[in-house]
Structure formats: C-alpha cells, structure tokens
Design a protein around this ligand. Structure first.
Ligand SMILES: [Zn+2]
Length: 122
C-alpha cells in the first residue's frame, strides 16, 4: 500500500485521487489530507515511480507541475510546494464524487460506490 500526502494540494485532492488510481489501476482511499492506494491482491506491488509520474502528469495538466516537487520515500509520496504556495481553486462539486461513509473509498461513479459498499455488509 502506498500513501500520498496531499496537504499542499488539498483543493485538487479528489481529482488527483481519481486520475492517479485510474493510471495505476489501484484502489484509492481518502484519509484527511492523504490518500492511500492499494491493490485487490495484497501481493501486487504498486510501483512508486509510476504513481509519481502520474501525479506529475496531473499537475502538468493543470499547469502546476513546476510549482510542486513529488518525492517518494519508501511507501510514502509527498507533494510539496516548491514556493510555499498552495493550490487554491474550487474543489469539485460534491455531487460529482461519491465517497464511502465507512472507509473513505472514493469514486466518480455511484454504481461503483454501491458495489463497493457491499463489502461492508457481508
Ligand atoms: Zn467502504
């Protein structure tokens, strides 16, 4: 499992979670200013460099790439503002995101959340 620290980019955390988890086919979980990425199979290892590349791609796509350093250290990736300036923009509208009230799992698709929620009622 990988943890990504988003404290400097909280405004884009939800979009970033969706983008990165899509790129690396991992299961995202939101935890305050961080999110974690895990795989269905615990033996599968998520490649840190692939995640870092995906984060950088996303930052570039919103023209913030040069303002942030993405640093991996073991199973922790931090996104740190180079200038001390954090991203300030309107977060996605809540209705565009669905998150699990039990564990913080997050998805763009209601049907995916419904499927996910079933694991809590087994
Ligand atoms: Zn859940």
């Amino acid at each position: 499992m990988l943890t990504v620290d988003c404290r400097d980019v909280l405004a884009i955390q939800h979009e970033l979670v969706i983008y990165v988890s899509d790129q690396v086919a991992a299961i995202p979980t939101l935890k305050n200013s961080q999110f974690t990425l895990s795989t269905l199979d615990d033996d599968d290892i998520i490649d840190t460099n692939t995640v870092i590349t995906a984060i950088k791609e996303f930052l570039d796509s919103i023209d913030e790439g040069r303002n942030f350093a993405v640093i991996g250290n073991n199973n922790m990736i931090s996104i740190t503002s180079v200038s001390g300036k954090v991203i300030e923009r309107e977060p996605l509208q809540p209705q565009e995101m669905f998150s699990c009230s039990h564990c913080g799992f997050v998805t763009q698709y209601q049907v995916e959340l419904e499927t996910h929620m079933r694991i809590h009622y087994l």
